[in-house]
Design a protein around this ligand. Structure first.
Ligand code: 13P
Length: 246
């Protein structure tokens, strides 16, 4: 089944989330994909029990304690989450998250039985300097170095080139496929063939109903991590439609 993950970022009030869910709930296509919504924490309860997969946009690396502002993996599970984004490029940029912190968060999620969606991708300057691949390798290898040679649970890795996010211009399907092939090779090379069964690969960055089909034609791409095109229920449903029929 294709994976359609919707990252709402810092958008939507409770009332807006209710309207969105009202338009989406009950659609038969939902049964044909692994659909996961990452709403702001304040709207998690709206989607809980809806049948859609539920995730948080960030997670604390500790389990509990005096960590003001953090929400732990067990707390997210308690709130109905089965997934969390880790090290989204906006967390890297605005909250100083790095690959080592990402590894701790992934370990915390596995320990609580949640699925991490680890976000990687080079920025425009790295790409222009021909360092895109090196950046990806470092992002993946640092996490694998810290986590050891076995995956402690399911791992979703999203290739989200920073230059594509919010730009209106996605990477080409071929570029995304090449980056994800490199990522897969790192994980399988390190953790062995058994890890491949626990690994899912997404592309994210300015995806839309128009571009979704092309990405899904790449055999290595399991699904999409969608930002702005997921906010409007109609465009979200249009993407779902394309993906389940691709
Ligand atoms: P856009 O689809 O708005 O470019 O956002 C992508 C993203 O950051 C998803 O996590």
């Amino acid at each position: 089944m294709p994976i359609l993950a919707a990252n709402w970022k810092m958008y939507k009030t409770v009332a807006e989330a209710e309207v969105w869910l009202g338009a989406v709930a009950g659609r038969p296509e939902l049964e044909l994909a692994e659909v996961v919504v990452f709403p702001p924490l304040t709207a998690l309860h709206v989607l809980r029990g809806s049948g859609l997969g539920l995730g948080a946009q960030d997670v604390g690396w500790a389990t509990e304690g005096a960590f003001t502002g953090m929400v732990s993996a067990p707390q997210l599970r308690d709130a109905g989450c089965a997934y969390a984004l880790v090290a989204h490029s906006e967390r890297r940029r605005y909250a100083g998250e790095d690959d080592r912190m990402a590894a701790r968060k992934i370990a915390a999620l596995w320990q609580a039985g949640l699925t991490p969606v680890y976000c990687v991708g080079e920025d425009a300057a790295e790409r222009a300097a021909g360092q895109g691949e090196a950046r990806l390798r470092l992002q993946v290898d640092t996490v694998l170095d810290s986590l050891g040679d076995e995956l402690g649970g399911r791992l979703v890795i999203a290739y989200e080139p920073v230059w594509a996010i919010g730009s209106g211009t996605p990477a080409t399907a071929e570029q995304a496929g090449e980056a994800l092939a490199l990522i897969r090779e790192r994980v399988v090379g390190r953790c062995g063939g058994a890890a491949a069964a626990r690994l899912s690969l997404l592309y994210g960055g300015s995806t839309s109903p128009a571009s979704a089909g092309g990405f899904m034609e790449q055999p290595i791409i399991d699904g999409l991590l969608v930002g702005s095109a997921s906010l409007d229920a109609n465009s979200f449903l249009a993407m779902l439609e394309v993906m389940v029929h691709a």
